[in-house]
Write a protein that binds this ligand. Structure first.
Ligand SMILES: [Zn+2]
Length: 423
C-alpha cells in the first residue's frame, strides 16, 4: 500500500540510532532509509527501478536490499510487469510484518490501544472503560502499563516485536520531556507519563513517546486518507474535550509551545457554561461529548453510565436518531449549529483541503456533516469554502491511537539499521 509521510517535529524524537556515527555506516543508514521510504510512499518495484528512482548504483541497491530483507523489512513480491525493458525484474516490497508500533490513547472515559505492523495492518486492539478523571494518574499509568505489557507479550509469542509506543493524551504535552503539561479534562498537570510507563515496563520497555491526541488523530487521517493531493488537513477530536490537529503544507503544526490547535477553549460556547479549564463559555462546553449527552438524555439515562463503553452509548443514541426520536434529533441539531461556527472559523484561518470530524462527531456523520457543510459554505469568505471537504472520520475513536502507532513506526523509516540491530 502506498501511503504518505508527514513531517512531524523534532527529528531526534524519531531517531532510534546511536548518535555520532558519521562515517560509512551513516551513509548506509541514509541510503537504507531512502529505499524504505520510496517503497513506503510509492509502492513495490524492481531493484533496477529502485536504483533509477534513488540515483544509487545498482550494486549498492542490491546489497542494501539484501540487508533489509534479512532484517525482515522488505521482501520479494511478484515479477514486475509494466514498462519493464528486457527481462522483467523481481519486485521488492515493504514487509515488516514481524514488527509493530503501538499507540495508546488516554482519554476521560477510556484507555485504548492499537498495534499496527509496518504495512499498517492492525495486529492488536483493545479498549478499557476507565474513569481516568476520577482516579490518580499513577493508577491510570498502572493500567496503561499492564495493557502494554500484556499486548507486547502476546505479540512476541506470535513473533511480532514492538519497536515503539506512543502515548496520546488529551491536552498540552511536552514531547521532549515526555510530560503531560496540562490536561484539564483528566485533571493532569506535569505528569511524567513517559518515565512512568518506562518504569512500569522495566527492561522490556521499547522507545516511548508522548503526543497530543488531536495531533496524532490528524497524523492518522493524513496517512490514511483516500483524497488525493491533500497537504492541508484539520482533524477535530470529538470527546469530552475538543481539540484540533493541524497539518499545514504537509507539516504537523505544534506552535511555539505546543498549544497550536487548542480550539476547545475558544469563546464560542454558552457564556454561562463553566469549563474544566476554569473559564466560561468555551467551545467544548457546547460541542463536547458531555454537552451532547446532556442535551440528548436525562441524568439517569444509561447513555450517561461511564462504566459502559463510549461507542456503545453513542451507538444507542444513533439508534434513537435513526428511529426519529425527537429529543435526540434536537440535540444533534443543536450540536451541528454549535459546531458550525467553530468549523467555519477554522476553515477561514487555515483553508484546509480536508476537515475531518472525529470521535463522537463521526458516529453521527450524516446527521452532522450535511447540516454543518451548508452553514460553513454560507459563512466562509473563500468561494466554495476554499475547496474544503468536510468528512466524518472513518477511523472513529481509534484515530489518536492509530496516529501513535504510525509515529512509533516512523523510527523504522528514519533509521532501519537501528531497528534491525535491535532484533
Ligand atoms: Zn475551557
Amino acid at each position: 500500500m502506498a501511503t504518505r509521510a508527514v513531517e512531524t517535529y523534532p527529528r531526534e524524537l524519531a531517531m532510534a540510532g546511536p548518535p555520532g556515527a558519521k562515517d560509512r555506516s551513516s551513509t548506509r543508514r541514509a541510503n537504507q532509509s531512502l529505499i524504505l521510504n520510496l517503497l513506503h510512499t510509492e509502492g513495490g518495484r524492481s531493484r533496477a527501478r529502485i536504483a533509477a528512482d534513488t540515483g544509487l548504483p545498482k550494486a549498492t541497491v542490491t546489497n542494501l536490499i539484501a540487508e533489509l530483507m534479512e532484517g525482515g523489512l522488505v521482501r520479494e513480491g511478484g515479477a514486475e510487469r509494466e514498462g519493464a525493458v528486457g527481462r522483467p525484474g523481481q519486485v521488492v516490497e515493504l514487509d515488516g510484518r514481524s514488527l509493530c508500533g503501538v499507540g495508546v490513547e488516554i482519554n476521560v472515559d477510556y484507555v485504548s490501544l492499537i498495534a499496527l505492523d509496518l504495512p499498517g495492518d492492525v495486529v492488536a486492539q483493545r479498549r478499557l472503560a476507565v474513569d481516568v478523571a476520577g482516579v490518580p494518574a499513577e493508577q491510570v499509568l498502572d493500567t496503561v502499563g499492564e495493557l502494554v505489557a500484556a499486548t507486547m507479550e502476546e505479540l512476541a509469542a506470535a513473533g511480532v516485536r514492538t519497536i515503539g509506543v506512543t502515548l496520546a493524551a488529551p491536552g498540552v504535552i511536552d514531547p521532549v520531556r515526555g510530560v503531560v503539561t496540562y490536561a484539564s479534562n483528566i485533571g493532569w498537570r506535569e505528569v511524567p507519563a513517559v518515565a512512568g510507563l518506562r518504569r512500569r515496563l522495566g527492561r522490556a520497555a521499547p522507545e516511548i513517546h508522548l503526543e497530543n491526541d488531536a495531533k496524532l488523530g490528524a497524523i492518522a487521517e493524513f496517512v490514511t486518507t483516500d483524497t488525493p493531493g491533500v497537504r492541508d488537513l484539520v482533524y477535530l477530536t470529538g470527546a469530552t474535550g475538543v481539540g484540533a490537529g493541524i497539518i499545514a503544507g504537509g507539516n504537523l503544526l505544534r506552535g511555539n509551545s505546543g498549544f497550536a490547535g487548542e480550539v476547545g477553549h475558544l469563546p464560542l460556547g454558552d457564556p454561562e457554561q463553566q469549563c474544566p479549564c476554569g473559564r466560561r463559555g468555551c467551545w467544548e462546553t457546547a460541542v463536547g461529548l458531555a454537552a451532547l449527552l446532556r442535551l440528548a438524555a436525562d441524568r439517569y439515562d444509561p447513555v450517561h453510565d461511564p462504566s459502559v463503553d463510549v461507542e456503545q452509548r453513542l451507538g444507542e443514541l444513533r439508534r434513537r436518531a435513526e428511529a426519529g426520536d425527537a429529543r435526540t434529533l434536537a440535540a444533534l441539531d443543536a450540536l451541528a449549529r454549535a459546531l458550525s461556527s467553530g468549523v467555519a472559523l477554522l476553515v477561514d484561518v487555515l483553508n484546509p483541503r480536508l476537515l475531518v470530524l472525529g470521535g463522537h462527531f463521526a458516529v453521527f456523520g450524516t446527521y452532522l456533516v450535511d447540516a454543518i457543510r451548508d452553514d460553513v459554505r454560507d459563512t466562509v469568505i473563500a468561494p466554495d469554502a476554499g475547496g474544503c471537504e468536510l468528512v466524518p472520520s472513518v477511523l472513529g475513536f481509534t484515530a489518536p491511537a492509530r496516529g501513535g502507532a504510525y509515529l512509533a513506526l516512523d523510527a523504522v523509516y528514519q533509521d532501519p539499521i537501528a531497528i534491525m540491530q535491535l532484533a
